[in-house]
Write a protein that binds this ligand. Structure first.
Ligand code: ACO
Length: 435
């Protein structure tokens, strides 16, 4: 069980209807303090009103920290820049799940545990065939990941730590296989089985891009770029899909069902679908000379056009993930011989202009991770329909680490937000003949 690390650091006083009420204030390691209002309803008989949870801490967490003003993202205390440069996705998975970087033996054991779970139950292939031939990979992923609980029922007892661990390993290991199969099914190619002599990301690339008729050679530069993209997307504290996983899990639902709920939430264009929108916008702009026209539109209050890939609810500075993504974007385009790609030129010039423009500077609108990820993923060979599926693959470890942390938290309760009701007051039923 997890011990609470909240440090009492004072109190806050609320004055309501001429009475004063004190509430404890706690500090974490970093970030704003929190006012503990758990007793607010019981003592004051009011709720707080916070649609979109912009000022609400829903849990205590040791996993990820974001300082949106400074543009800092830490996984378990390590900066995303250092992890992107020096670590691997599998090592980051261990870090997120266990809290510390592994030593050599721990890493070897973890690698083996994950690798031994890469295959999926063979009847799962039959399950795929129930989807329409042109099904979107995310539609398939929602269904198939939810169905895992019926194939792996022996790891759905959330009160058994060993079953929780096995389910975590299964989800991390099988997600690349499931995503690659969703892609293969959508393009009408045969499924490719995992090859356990390959690393996590290389295996995924082979299952996605190889066909039985030809030999497939892994390009290490492209594999490193994709591995880095997975690191950048691995966790992002209490975002919409992670909060969805926690809320689903708070009722005691099994982890496969919870991750399927997270995938459904991620699918939305305001969350996982933004890189596709950024790529479409760059294609629409097309050439550098058309940028001023689009900048003008983005600034026009009467035009609802926005520069996609700019701005973020939390980051009011350069998204630290965007910097690492830009490096990988250059590496990939150079490697595939597209360094003169017109879209890259448009992106770089757009970024240069926007970073100097008063409108964007004063509103603190900086490039976010999605600005360069669409161009990079396209150059890696992924169709746009796979972009969100790749995000889901990478975010699975974050979801599962957050789910596990919640289950191990003794203060965990079923999530149950309140509301302010503004509908009709109580009234009497009138028979239809009299209406
Ligand atoms: N282009 C032009 N103006 C913008 C943009 C943009 N991309 N983003 C925000 N603004 C303006 C708004 O019009 C608003 O102006 P106002 O104060 O004059 O009304 C102001 O900046 C604040 O915008 P909000 O929408 O209130 O800010 P919020 O924090 O709620 O929104 C969001 C963040 C949704 C990401 C927004 O910046 C946006 O729509 N960006 C484009 C979409 C995008 O790139 N999304 C990816 C996010 S990253 C991720 O999900 C992994």
């Amino acid at each position: 069980m997890r011990e609470s690390k909240l440090k009492p650091s004072g109190s806050a006083t609320l004055t309501y209807e001429n009475k004063k009420y004190d509430f404890p204030v706690y500090s974490g390691t970093e970030g704003p303090n929190v006012i503990d209002i758990r007793k607010l309803y019981g003592e004051v008989d009011v709720f707080t009103y916070d649609p979109g949870f912009t000022s609400t801490a829903s849990c205590e967490s040791d996993i990820t920290f974001i300082d949106g003003d400074k543009g800092i993202l830490l996984y378990r205390g390590y900066s995303i820049d250092q992890l992107a440069e020096h670590s691997s996705f599998l090592e980051v998975c261990y870090l997120l799940l266990h809290g510390n970087l592994p030593n050599k033996k721990e890493m070897a054991d973890f690698d083996r545990a994950i690798t031994m779970h890469t295959m999926v139950h063979d009847q799962l292939s039959a399950f795929y065939r129930g989807f329409r031939r042109d099904a979107h990979p995310m539609a398939i992923m929602c269904g198939v990941v939810g169905a895992l609980s019926s194939f792996y029922h022996d790891s759905t007892d959330i009160n058994d730590p060993r079953q929780r661990e096995i389910a975590s390993h299964r989800l991390i290991a099988k997600m690349p296989t499931i995503a690659a199969m969703a892609y293969k099914y959508s393009v009408g190619q045969p499924f490719v089985y995992p090859l356990n002599s390959l690393g996590y990301t290389e295996n995924f690339m082979r299952m996605t891009f190889s066909v039985p008729a030809e030999e497939y050679k892994i390009n290490p530069i492209l594999a490193k770029a994709l591995d880095t993209i997975f690191i950048l997307h691995a966790d992002h504290e209490q975002n919409a899909s992670t909060s969805t996983v926690r809320l689903a899990g708070s009722s005691g639902a099994n982890p496969f069902a919870c991750i399927a709920a997270g995938i459904a939430c991620l699918w939305g264009p305001a969350h996982g679908g933004a890189n596709e929108a950024a790529l479409k916008m760059l294609e629409e702009i097309g050439t550098v000379d058309r940028i001023p026209e689009f900048i003008k539109r983005a600034k026009d209050p009467n035009d609802n056009f926005r520069l996609m890939g700019f701005g973020h609810r939390v980051y009011k500075n350069y998204d630290p993930r965007a910097k690492a993504m830009q490096v990988q974007c250059h590496n990939v385009l150079k490697e595939v011989g597209h360094e003169n790609d017109e879209l890259l030129k448009v992106a770089m010039e757009l970024e240069r202009i926007a970073l100097q423009d008063d409108y964007f500077v004063s509103k603190k609108l900086y490039p976010n991770i999605d600005f360069y990820s669409g161009i990079t993923l396209r150059a890696l060979g992924f169709p746009v329909s796979m972009f969100t599926a790749l995000f889901a693959l990478a975010r699975t470890v974050g979801w599962i680490a957050q789910w596990k942390e919640m289950i191990e938290d003794p203060h965990q309760k079923i999530g149950r937000p309140r509301q302010i009701y503004t509908g009709a007051a109580q009234r009497d039923y009138i028979p239809i003949s009299k209406r």
